[in-house]
Design a protein around this ligand. Structure first.
Ligand code: GUN
Length: 304
């Protein structure tokens, strides 16, 4: 049986730590960390993510503001809102929720965010700092993966780590963070010839693709640590019998359930530790975003 790594528990610990630091920051410096969010359009998943960010801010005592803009907002209007947040002293971090409508140039928007308020860590300056191992903002989900392993005392140095998925916001930064921790890193993607060869070689297997059951039991080395970043919503009509049985309560309650990219039932007995979906990496993302925002507020207050 694998050890279940609970992102719910770890993220709650982190939020409690942040809450204490916020009280202290207010007491000593009179500064309350503030996060500004820009949401363009009505994407249902984005609305849920943004609501969770607002809730996270409230939990730890941050100021939070969300600018909700219509789906037909122009690039100029979004840039204007970025500048409004950027100029404010009470907003220490700002982010534009992705994806953006197709008429808006994502790169132009992300480049307009000042690197020292870019708490998502998506600006090229922050990506460059991650490569150069300089202090900057690290994207929240990959940072959460490393934080989870550290808090579970999982050794990374010298291990073979395989990252499946090479996205700009998860796979690539996660591979870099593992490398910075001295793992021997392999990055797999859509053109990888023999995925199983690389996953079976992994002492640490991290998966962020968005494909249910991509990783079956026979693809995992005995005793591996498995981190599943995938979040896939499965409705009852798309679920097989096994899944319907396993997640019966959730289906009955919500008519759908969430699964990762890893076939949990097959992989869990082979792994030494594994993150569940839901309740694994997911909650870590918000906790790390809050941590980045606190870091930014402390920098503005000149405390490291
Ligand atoms: N969309 C999906 N994940 C993210 C994220 O981490 N930040 C932003 N801004 N948008 C996202």
């Amino acid at each position: 049986m694998a050890k279940l790594i609970s992102g719910v528990k770890i993220s709650s610990d982190i939020k409690n730590e942040i809450k204490e630091e916020v009280k202290e920051l207010i007491r000593v410096k009179g500064i309350r960390p503030g996060l500004g969010v820009i949401l363009v359009g009505e994407d249902p998943a984005s609305r849920v993510y943004v609501a969770n960010k607002e809730k996270g801010c409230a939990e730890v005592g941050f100021l939070s503001e969300t600018a909700r803009m219509p789906a037909d907002a122009t690039e100029e209007q979004v840039l204007k809102q970025i500048n409004l947040y950027q100029k404010r002293e009470d907003i220490h971090g700002l982010l534009v929720q992705l994806p953006l409508p197709s008429h808006i140039n994502k790169d132009k928007i992300l480049h307009a965010i000042s690197p020292d308020k870019d708490v998502d860590g998506f600006h090229p300056v922050n990506i460059g700092k991650l490569v150069a191992q300089q202090e900057g903002f690290v994207p929240a989900t990959p940072a959460g993966v490393i934080e989870m392993m550290k808090r579970e005392e999982i050794k990374i140095k010298g291990k073979n780590a395989t990252m499946v998925g090479h996205s700009e916001i998860v796979g690539k930064p996660c591979a870099l963070l593992l490398l910075n921790e001295w793992a021997t890193v392999t990055v797999c993607h859509i053109e990888t010839r023999d995925l199983k060869y690389h996953t079976r070689n992994a002492d640490i297997l991290v998966v962020a693709v968005g494909k249910p059951k991509l990783i079956s039991g026979d693809m995992v080395k005995e005793g591996a640590v498995v981190i599943d970043i995938g979040i896939n919503r499965i409705t009852a009509d798309k679920a097989d019998e096994k899944l319907l049985e396993w997640r019966k309560d959730d289906f009955d309650k919500k008519g759908a359930t969430l699964v990762g990219d890893v076939d949990f039932q097959e992989v869990e007995p082979r792994a030494s530790a594994i993150t569940p979906v839901p309740g694994g990496v997911g909650p870590m993302t918000i906790a790390m975003l809050l941590k980045n925002t606190l870091q930014s507020a402390k920098r503005f207050a000149d405390i490291r």
